[in-house]
Design a binder for this molecule. Sequence first.
Ligand code: FAQ
Length: 330
Amino acid sequence: MYTQALNAPQADDRHLEDADKSARFEARVANEERIEPNDWMPAAYRKTLTRQISQHAHSEIVGMLPEGNWITRAPTLRRKAALLAKVQDECGHGLYLYAAAETLGTSREELVDQMLSGKAKYSSIFNYPTLTWADIGAIGWLVDGAAIMNQIPLCRCSYGPYARAMIRVCKEESFHQRQGYEIMVTLSHGTPEQKAMAQSALDRWWWQCLMMFGPPDGESQHSDQSTRWKIKRFSNDELRQKFVDATVPQSDYLGLKIPDADLKWNATTGHWDYGAIDWQEFQDVLAGNGPCNRDRLAARRKAHDDGAWVREAATAYAEKQRARRAAVAA
Ligand code: FAQ
């Protein structure tokens, strides 16, 4: 929908990065002004935002799969209703984000194709299996908790459509985090078997959630430029640390143990120190070799193929409406 609103002459100008325009753009960003779709922007700003927003959209859509797996097996009607609503919310987030990415000039079809062909990344976390019901609690608590930590600063991103989309997304992610934590409270204060299930889920999701924030600052290719352009407000390591600091007391309340022998309070820094992350595992997952990469892409490709008739029907309907309007106008 947004692509139709693009101001064509200016959009066509976008590769002409003349010094004046660039200086004005940088000054606006420095002044905390929002950049809007029809504004001039450097090609590299457009490119990195298209990359980040579309990867974010793909993550929301692929992220429906691990939890969708448990909708039919939720233990009560109340849990089922909440999980169903959460998974639908993730779908909505994907749609707002594709719409925000389209304002930068690449069509949703092209972005989706990049994901289905394996060319575009989506969050590493969604390449892990959900083995028990406790995983649904751990995902809400930890994965949505990490997503909120990362996304609240994106509400102040310099690009208007992304920043505005994030406001609603973050409100919904807060509900997701609470529903997950509530599952963990119930399980960890339940029978010994339930508590063991909750601990096992924490053991299996903890390190992978720390990886969600991306490579360490020294190895993050995009951070410096994205920070200068006020797309990112905090570095990957800063956000990871905020997440650890917020989550340790929550795990204490649950009576669960974070699976990190090196985790300890550092009174000098006022933060929790944590152990070494297995970055080789992260790289393997990014290279397509995580436990569920192939299943996730196969499921998305099948859904896309199965949905072809819906896209065809929508196009035919739009064409019929257009023809009717043209006949009335004639
Ligand atoms: N997984 O230079 P950096 C959610 C890639 S939504 C996969 O540090 P950047 C909601 C990165 O793209 C979760 N790839 O990159 C939910 C880049 O590759 P490229 C998603 C990763 O952009 C909950 C390369 O590594 N959230 O959970 C990952 O400055 C429950 C170098 O990295 C977002 O996307 C990773 N973990 O920082 C849904 C938030 N980390 O593009 C369902 C928006 C890094 O050059 C259920 N995104 N890479 O090929 C961001 O904030 C940033 O893009 C980062 C990475 C922080 C992810």
